[in-house]
Structure formats: structure tokens, C-alpha cells
Design a protein around this ligand. Structure first.
Ligand code: AN7
Length: 378
């Protein structure tokens, strides 16, 4: 079968889908795993039980190829690295970036070096980095130490940085906003999102801004060529609300946190690299930052899994956790259309999801025992 005989509707990833809105050319070698095009799921049971007249949609980024939103940025960063002739990439990571870097490097035939904080990334994410053949360097330090070292080592060795300080990452990540606007036929009123290194909130703001024809200071890569600037697909931008774990909440403290601590290890970050962009997104949109406790975010992870059938990782639940609190308090008013990004899949960290419930009941392999066990619950 030749290429041209294949269905043209076959989804081929976000660079192909949005090539006229991304800094790529015909000669860019596209490194893709068909990322993007993730479901936007309307919550039914949680808003009903809340008793508030709101529409809440979750953008389930856990359904990307490596199980997190990082794939959106990584397809761009690795494609551009390949275009520039890079043979190796490097990143610091709390887990998901390393999984994505490892997979896209494998696809590109490059070597990925990933610096992870020793003992602080869940087994699912570590397994991905190892499975895809990355060189895993556990460092005796946290993510922020790893980030500093990555910047230093990139000046000493031929490796391309694929953390979100690489501007192509945010370009890829902005497509999450495009997809939401297309799915809803408009921008949401509020966009709630977890904030760690602060790249994703910045990427979404670029995307929403372009979709309604605004140029942001951070939108420099398309040199004003973005077709949305002349032909916007929506007339409004959402209020951006960034939530952090309270043990790792530099935006709430107004300064870096030296020893960030949270069970949501993905956002165990004290010195966000996209500080200025994230702050600008929140200020320009009339939004805010807030923080949630580990106990609250784990409760929301469980609520979403049990009430809606959507399994996300702890850091992802931070967006819905904060949103529900602000809906209850009225800060997010009734009548609002709210989008929450669920950044990563629950399977990344199964240990935390079954914490305290490890004792799965064992029954004898006979009908009487199984029947009795079932009837107990009906
Ligand atoms: C599930 O993998 O920083 O604010 O090194 O994995 O854009 O950093 C992960 C971040 C939210 C925060 N949810 O996003 C990494 C890393 C999940 C994440 C975030 C991350 P940013």
C-alpha cells in the first residue's frame, strides 16, 4: 500500500495536525508517536453531587502515548533537535518528562540522558525511561538541582536540552488549548491546571491567546505568522488558575521553595523555570494561584476515579481539587464553563492509588464463597 492510498483522516500527531501554527517547515523531520487529540470528558456525577450549576470538562492528557501531556512538547523539541542534527538529548525530570524524552529519543534514534531525583519518581515512570533505553542518572538532589545541572552540562557536552526552557516544548504544549477550543466551539471561562515547573500553564496561555488572535510576548517563534492571528477561532480567553501542592508552592510564597515536599512527586518542584511566563498568564487573564494539601489532592484523585471512571495521577488531580474548592466557595461562579487539565495517567503511580487498601480480599475458588462475597455488597 502506498502512502497516498492510506486514509487521509488517519490522525498523525499534533505537528501534522497544526503544522501551519507551529514553527516547523517541510524539511523538519517529524518525530511523532501520534500524540495529542486527547479526550475532553464532561464530568457528570461530581457536578451533580456538588449541587452547583457548572459544566466541568477534563482534558485527559494521560491518554497520550507515554501517558502524560509531556508528549505534546516532546514531539516538537525532539523534531527540532533532529532538524538541528542533535544526536543526544538531556533533561531533568520528576518522571514524566524523562518518560517522554526516552520514548521520542528512541523514535529518533538518539540517546536520551535523564536526571531524576533519587528515590522520588514512581516505578511506572522509571520503568518507561529504562524500557526506552534512556541513560538514567539518579542524582542525590531534587528536580531543581537536576535542572541546574542540565543547564550546566549542556554547555560542556553535545546534548540538546528538552526541558520546557526549550521554547519548542511550549509550542507543542499550546496545542492542548487549540483542541479544547475546537471541542467546545469556544474557550472555557476558566482553565484550571497544576503548576510545577510552570511550562504547561504558559503553553496553554500561548495557545488560548493565539486561538483568539492575540499575540503574547512568549509567542515569538512564529514571527507573527500564526494563521489564528488573522482568523481567530474564538473571541475570548479563559481565566487561568494555577494550583500547586502546599509543600511545593513557590508561587504562593512569592519566591523559590528550597526543599519542596509533596506526595504528588510530579510537581515536587521549588524553582519553576517558567516563572515569569506563568505569572504573566495568570495576571493577564485575571486569574490566580492557589495551593492544595496532599490529603485534598489524593481525595480528589480517588473521587474522580470512583465517581467518573477517570484515573489520573496525584499531581493531575490538583487541577480538579482546586477547581472544586473554588466552585464551592463561589470564586468560580455558577454558570461557568470550566476546563481542567489532567496531566498524567493514574497508572504511572499505582502504589499511591492503592495506599492503605493493599489488602485485597481473597476468597475460596468455589461458587458459594464468590456468591456470598458478592451478595455482601448488594
Ligand atoms: C503529571 O516530568 O516537570 O508546570 O520533569 O508530570 O509544566 O511543570 C512534570 C510536571 C503537572 C507540572 N502534572 O507541569 C517533569 C515535570 C504532571 C507532571 C506537572 C508535571 P509544569
Amino acid at each position: 500500500m502506498t502512502d497516498s492510498s492510506r486514509s487521509s483522516s488517519h490522525y498523525q500527531g499534533l505537528i501534522h495536525r497544526y503544522k501551519d501554527r507551529l514553527p516547523v517547515s517541510e524539511s523538519t523531520p517529524v518525530i511523532t508517536l501520534n500524540e495529542g487529540d486527547t479526550p475532553l470528558i464532561k464530568l457528570n456525577n461530581i457536578p451533580r453531587e456538588l449541587g452547583k450549576n457548572v459544566e466541568i470538562y477534563v482534558k485527559y492528557e494521560g491518554l497520550n502515548p507515554t501517558g502524560s501531556f509531556k508528549d505534546r512538547g516532546m514531539t516538537m523539541a525532539v523534531s527540532k533537535a533532529a532538524e538541528e542534527g542533535a544526536k543526544a538529548i538531556v533533561c531533568a525530570s520528576t518522571g514524566n518528562t524523562s518518560a517522554a524524552a526516552a520514548a521520542y529519543a528512541a523514535r529518533a534514534g538518539m540517546t536520551a540522558f535523564v536526571l531524576i531525583p533519587e528515590g522520588k519518581i514512581p516505578m511506572g515512570k522509571l520503568a518507561q525511561a529504562i524500557a526506552h533505553g534512556a541513560v538514567v542518572l539518579q542524582i542525590k538532589g531534587n528536580f531543581d538541582d537536576g535542572m541546574r545541572l542540565v543547564k550546566e552540562v549542556a554547555g560542556e557536552a553535545p546534548v540538546a536540552i528538552v526541558n520546557s526552557i526549550n521554547p519548542y516544548r511550549l509550542q507543542g504544549q499550546k496545542t492542548g488549548a487549540f483542541e479544547i477550543v475546537e471541542a467546545l466551539g469556544r474557550a472555557p471561562d476558566y482553565h484550571c491546571i497544576p503548576v510545577g515547573n510552570a511550562g504547561n500553564i504558559s503553553g496553554y496561555w500561548i495557545g488560548y491567546s493565539e486561538a483568539c488572535g492575540h499575540n503574547t510576548a512568549s509567542c515569538t517563534l512564529c514571527n507573527g505568522q500564526c494563521p489564528y492571528l488573522d482568523n481567530p477561532i474564538t473571541s475570548t480567553r479563559p481565566v487561568m488558575v494555577g494550583y500547586q501542592a502546599d509543600g511545593a508552592a513557590p508561587f504562593l510564597r512569592g519566591e523559590p521553595v528550597i526543599e519542596p515536599e509533596t506526595l504528588a512527586t510530579a510537581i515536587r518542584i521549588g524553582n519553576p523555570q517558567s516563572w515569569d511566563l506563568a505569572k504573566a498568564a495568570v495576571e493577564e487573564s485575571g486569574g490566580w494561584f492557589d495551593e492544595v494539601s496532599d490529603e485534598e489532592l489524593l481525595a480528589t484523585q480517588a473521587l474522580l476515579a470512583r465517581k467518573e471512571g477517570v484515573f489520573c495521577e496525584p499531581a493531575s488531580a490538583v487541577s480538579l481539587c482546586g477547581a472544586l474548592r473554588d466552585i464551592k466557595s463561589g470564586l468560580i461562579p455558577e454558570g461557568s464553563l470550566i476546563a481542567c487539565t489532567l496531566t498524567g495517567h493514574g497508572l504511572k503511580d499505582p502504589d499511591i492509588a492503592i495506599r492503605g487498601q493493599e489488602d485485597v480480599r481473597t476468597v475460596k475458588a468455589d461458587l458459594e464463597s464468590v456468591k456470598a462475597a458478592i451478595l455482601e455488597h448488594i
